[in-house]
Ligand binder design. Sequence first.
Ligand code: ATR
Length: 288
Amino acid sequence: MITIDGHTRVCGLIGNPVEHTSSPAIHNTLAEIYGHNLVYVPLKVESGRVADAVKGAYELNVLGLNVTVPHKMEVIESLADIDELAACIGAVNTLVRTENGFKGYNTDILGLERALISENAEIKDNTVVVLGAGGAARSAVYLCERMGAAKVYIMNRSVDKACVLADEVETYAGRKFVTVLGIDEADKIEEESFCAIQATSVGLSPNDDEAVIYDDVFYSRVSVGFDLVYRPAVTRFMKLVNEHGGKSANGLKMLLYQGIIAYELWNNISVSEDVAGRVLDKLEETIR
Ligand code: ATR
């Protein structure tokens, strides 16, 4: 435990609600490991008051903030600067103190990138199937583009929503690489092997027994199945991937790395994989 004194720096999470957050476990563990005189606290902010909160935090010399639901878009108007990727996603979850105000980043997407790399999911020049077309799927599709995926299938219950996302990311990328399918159209996937990212809310606790897709042929072709859900630790989607011989991972590492990248930005350090592993242990302990 750090001793709070006149030099203690404050970081925090703004959102509503914030009571169930696991982020303090990530940041306060990192501060302890590095011996940084820093505390991270949850800060509940009402919608419509985000600008006041950000201005106040800056004047209070707050070192950095995370931003969670429902403020990831509203916060953008309060920034002095914004990272290009965050601007194109239209969502910010991390504010970094600069001379003139806070600069906004999206470490959710960068966290997913680092999590995929740590699970050896090969995205570059490969085919990826993204299940879902909501906010989480949107980040996953933009990330696949950024990581150089050759082809992305977006499979979603509402096909029209998937089409809007496909058009948007193809316009951004300036290349045609997305195919849209309904959730029951797995037979239209041409590739024999692909990485799948489960980005729907189906299977989230307490609905542990549900998966968004049950097709055996689909699962037999999944090399790595990455579920963005991390409660339960092994989702039905992950079980189905494993039963068909594929490797699977849950979304806990995405949560871990989005926090680690924010901490790196605030403190201008690079966190080693060894330290990341220690923080993951702490995070697992907190969540389970
Ligand atoms: P998030 O921000 O977590 O992505 P979201 O934007 O509400 O949440 O998106 C939820 C995703 O889960 C969507 O892709 C949704 O499909 P629709 O676009 O058709 O609504 C998907 N989803 C949620 N419940 C589902 C269900 N019972 N069956 C199939 N897909 C479902």
